[in-house]
Design a protein around this ligand. Sequence first.
Ligand code: SF4
Length: 343
Amino acid sequence: MSIVLKNLTAEELGAALAPLGVSPRLARQLQAAALRNDAIPASLPEVSPRLLARIRQNLVLPRLDLLDRRVSALDGFVKYVFGGEGADRFEAVRIPLLHRAGDEKYVACISSQVGCPLGCAFCATGKMGFKRNLATWEMVDQVLRIRADSPHPVRGVVFMGMGEPLLNYDAAIRAARILSEPCGLAIAAKSISISTAGVVLGIRRLGAERWPFRLIVSLTSADPDRRRALMPIEARYPLPELMAAIREYQTITGRRATLAWTMISGFNVRKEDAVQLAELVRGLPIKLDLIDVNDPTGTYRSPTPVELNAFRDALRAHLKMPVARRYSGGRDIHAACGMLAGA
Ligand code: SF4
């Protein structure tokens, strides 16, 4: 048997290795040692060399190929291009959070699919079409490769790279669990974000299964026609259904979802957009993240300073919920939100 360790939670690893006489406790030890050192241990206290040799024969620890690595001259964001199980490429981004002396850290923005079937108009990944789902180990290893390349710890993970994680639900959630397990990489579950374009079935499942990760839903417009023009998923899961799923998620989990708003000049940053959004979320506590659109083709432009200020004023007046502008860096290396295309 060949067991891919990075595909399994500690509990699953224990079940897979039980026929060899491995206890759940030893499975957790193996998981911790293998993930933290990125190697299957050659010796472990209280484990006979014979048993460890049998375990080693049955475990594999595949690694992604690092095909390219680029550092942004603008802001220090780093883009990694990886190869995994197939001939295709996918990307991840290291986001630096180095402003607090003594608490320098990174967030890894990782991919869950090669390409994406959802085809959002402002996204380079969407233009690639869908190639394949990534395996759990390919998601876990993006974080491990970034970690191995970093002078400071990776303290957060966002599933916001290429692909729609809730369309690769089982593999993506398993990856998030492995990354957060105390005997895995022990990244705090609240620092792991699952970002979706609005896959209602996945949001419902995430709530029903009560996973403790953060949910980000890309809304981008509260007007169904405008949203459909940018995000074809609106035809499959219309706004009323999406909002009902978010309300249900919050009722079950008690956690506030974050709505992401890709700002496009002249399109969704008008006063009426703020009013419509306030109406849509009435009675539902949310956080709103504003993100500038990044479209190298120039079809969509980010808001002018005047538009941005007017939009923020309108949000303050009508929405009355926390609003943050998220910096999406690495534009010069095509690492910013919406720019990942496996190039
Ligand atoms: Fe897919 Fe996200 Fe791009 Fe939309 S924005 S096409 S969901 S990767």
